[in-house]
Design a protein around this ligand. Structure first.
Ligand code: SF4
Ligand code: SF4
Ligand code: SF4
Length: 220
């Protein structure tokens, strides 16, 4: 069994994503999350379901890349908790132990003492935490599959991805891979490593277009 003693993370290379949503499905399966009623709502809303929820921890967002008033391309973007290096959600939570930053990367949660207040959601720069819909709501969000990591396994979404869009590894090594790709193919990538050049996060993105153009990705 591998022991993840160093800060780990995910590198998500949007240029490789085909929008198959195997990652979404694997996340639901591993975390025993129910399906949701879905509907197409057009524009950037071809993703399904519409947004993260208490039973959807990751979501492939569909983005139309427009040039000269024409659709040039589809861009896909995997939305999930970024597992911040300095997580605002942990600082904001008034109850010790509900949210915990693990030394090897994940921001994990234990909902038994969660008040559902929802200060973590308000503090999160990426608007990630969601809650169960019961009378006493409890926090739900991606845990980087902390339970799998504890067994030496990679996250379920990474395991399921057929294109290598999402890869798991030491954050330092993922940064080197990202830098190399940007250097070797400058025409393919927007010159920016999300998660390094903006807020420091364990989940890093590189992309063919500026993610800031998509709702929900603040760069500062
Ligand atoms: S993205 Fe939001 S929920 Fe995830 S660790 Fe950062 S502050 Fe917390
Ligand atoms: S790391 Fe695990 S919990 Fe997070 S999105 Fe991937 S499968 Fe879901
Ligand atoms: S499984 Fe991989 S290729 Fe498929 S939607 Fe998810 S990130 Fe993209």
């Amino acid at each position: 069994m591998e022991n993840f003693s160093e800060p780990m993370g995910l590198l998500i290379d949007n240029t490789k994503c085909i929008g198959c949503r195997a990652c979404q499905t694997a996340c639901k399966q591993w975390n025993n999350l129910p399906a949701e009623k879905t509907t197409f709502f057009g524009g950037e809303g071809y993703q399904n379901p519409k947004d993260l929820s208490g039973s959807t921890y990751t979501l492939i967002k569909f983005h139309e890349v427009i040039e000269n008033n024409k659709i040039k391309d589809w861009g896909f973007w995997k939305k999930q908790c970024r597992h911040c290096i300095d997580p605002a959600c942990v600082v904001a939570c008034p109850v010790p132990g509900v949210l915990e930053k693990k030394p090897y990367g994940p921001i994990a949660w234990d909902d038994t003492k969660c008040l559902g207040c929802p200060l973590c959601k308000e503090a999160c720069p990426f608007n990630i935490p969601r809650f169960t819909t019961d009378i006493n709501p409890k926090i739900r969000k991606c845990t980087m599959c902390n339970d799998r990591l504890e067994e030496g396994l990679e996250p379920a979404c990474v395991k399921a991805c057929p294109t290598g869009t999402a890869i798991f590894g030491k954050r330092e090594e993922l940064l080197k891979i990202a830098e190399k790709r940007l250097q070797e193919e400058p025409d393919k990538y927007f010159k920016y490593i999300y998660g390094k050049d903006d807020l420091d996060t364990a989940v890093l993105y590189i992309s063919g277009f500026d993610l800031e153009k998509i709702k929900g990705y603040p760069k500062d």
